[in-house]
Write a protein that binds this ligand. Structure first.
Ligand code: GDP
Ligand code: IMO
Ligand code: MG
Length: 428
């Protein structure tokens, strides 16, 4: 039995969905533990592309249980739309379980997200506008409404009244904006409650029972460690903990986690605002963006792209216990004459090998690079590590050397089959 956590090692969109789907074939349960529908996880299987937001990337296997854990913030409208679209594609969703303790995203959270961003002006975070931050705020302020509360009409009515009163005061008095209508929200969400009622359970109990039975469990992180509210580029982060949130967000003890796989994009991308030392604003950046179709899954915004940064990776691996790497989108770098990997930064004339805490310092960091030769061979159909071009292997081994973690999988295309298994994390 093993429990493996999949976590994004950069600023999100590293291909967590693809790797969760790939490693999921050996799991009994696949569970999300943080984030919400700000996530967009892409699966490319049997000629079909699926874009998942809240539903775990194990959903395509009909014999597996998939879990939305208590640490996820759930917009039931989006979730039901996603489930309907999966059903229309012939996906069996009957084994999905939703935590009774997960917090619910309401329309007032989305409105707050927009108003907060507008108020910040030039310092805006560039959020996905899904109400994620405000929903986690309410959880921490103890005015949030959980799935279990929403399922009980009386409790729901009282909780919603109390919270909406607070929100409406904020909208009218602070933001000079319109209040929201209680009846509209109550009726809409009561319908959602009825639609998901049968899937709701104590998912921590379910997961711990499965651990006791020696089952294989895969935990699927959303976002990435550099977007972690504690360990990321604060304040340009999301409002949850992709890094080590698994224990809290799934309700399993930290001693029950066996392995953490860090998903690494072979270069770096970032959507939204905030510092990004290795960003490329030149024709190489344009080449990578177009070749890698680097446009946001959720917001369709063009992603900022840059060279791989191992200062970021070492920080990310350290704070979340990554031992194994799933290296993705390597094919996108094919045909570049030479490739650069950032090994350290120069900060105010001194070389540093750690990621500074403040935005101010990060902005002053100049990347120091190691340059490697590129390759031109098509690698998209390679199935065996030894068949990769020598320069590709050199690039991969340099990443291992600079981070101290070992490569588990190498992805050479978006499809489930375009994956080279170097080290089986379920066994080794
Ligand atoms: P996630 O949020 O970490 O699950 O990643 P996204 O799905 O948002 O973004 C990753 C994008 O890269 C998706 O469009 C994937 O289909 C695509 N992708 C994943 N792995 C590979 C790969 O090895 N090669 C290429 N070309 N695309 C990939
Ligand atoms: P996946 O799981 C990339 C970014 C937003 C913004 C910041 C805060 O697909 O990797 P939020 O709406 O969470 O308050 O936005 O975080 N962001 C992501 N960037 N991938 C994601 O998810 C992201 N989820 C949030 O762009 O900069
Ligand atoms: Mg994504």
């Amino acid at each position: 039995m093993s429990t493996i956590v999949i976590v994004g090692s950069q600023w999100g969109d590293e291909g967590k969905g693809k790797i969760t789907d790939f490693l999921g074939k050996d799991a009994n349960i696949i569970s999300r533990y943080q984030g919400g529908d700000n996530a967009g996880h892409t699966l490319d299987v049997d000629g079909k592309v699926y874009k998942l937001r809240l539903i775990p990337s194990g959903i395509l296997y009909k014999d597996k249980v998939t879990v939305v854990g208590n640490g996820v913030v759930i917009n039931p409208k989006t979730m039901i739309e996603e489930l309907n679209s999966l059903k229309e594609s012939g996906v069996d969703i009957s084994n999905l379980k939703i935590s009774d303790r997960a917090h619910v995203i309401f329309p007032y959270h989305i409105k707050e997200d927009q108003l907060q961003e507008e108020a910040k002006g030039d310092s805006k975070i560039g959020t996905t506008n899904r109400g994620i931050g405000p929903a986690y705020m309410d959880k921490a302020s103890r005015i949030g409404i959980r799935i279990a509360d929403m399922l009980n009409p009386e409790v729901f009515k009282n909780r919603l009244k109390e919270t909406l009163d607070i929100k409406n005061k904020e909208f009218t008095d602070l933001y000079n904006s319109k209040p929201m209508n209680f009846d509209d929200i109550y009726h809409e969400y009561s319908q959602y409650a009825d639609q998901i009622r049968n899937m709701v359970t104590d998912t921590s109990l379910l997961l711990n029972n499965a651990i006791d039975k020696n089952e294989n469990i895969l935990f699927e992180g959303a976002q990435g460690i550099m977007l972690d509210i504690d360990q990321g580029t604060y304040p340009y982060v999301t409002s949850s903990n992709p890094a080590a949130g698994v224990s809290i967000g799934a309700g399993v003890g930290p001693n029950k986690i066996d392995k953490v796989v860090g998903v690494v994009k072979a270069y770096t991308s970032r959507v939204g605002d905030g510092p990004f030392p290795t960003q490329l604003d030149d024709e190489i950046g344009d080449f990578i963006r177009e070749n890698g179709h680097e446009y946001g899954t959720v917001t369709k915004r063009p992603r900022r792209v840059g060279w791989l940064d191992t200062v970021v990776l070492r920080h990310a691996f350290r704070v979340s216990g990554v031992t194994d790497i799933a290296l993705n989108v390597l094919d996108v770098l094919t045909n570049l004459e030479s490739l650069k990997i950032c090994t350290s930064y120069e900060l105010d004339g001194k070389e540093i090998d750690y990621y500074p805490a403040t935005i101010d310092e990060i902005k002053r960091c100049k990347p120091i690079y190691k340059e490697l030769p590129g390759w031109t061979e098509d690698i998209t159909n390679i199935k065996d590590y030894n068949d990769l071009p020598e320069n590709t292997k050199k690039y991969i081994e340099t990443i291992e050397d600079l981070t101290g973690a070992k490569i588990a999988t190498i992805s050479v295309g978006p499809n489930r089959n375009q994956t080279i298994l170097k080290n089986n994390v379920w066994k080794n």
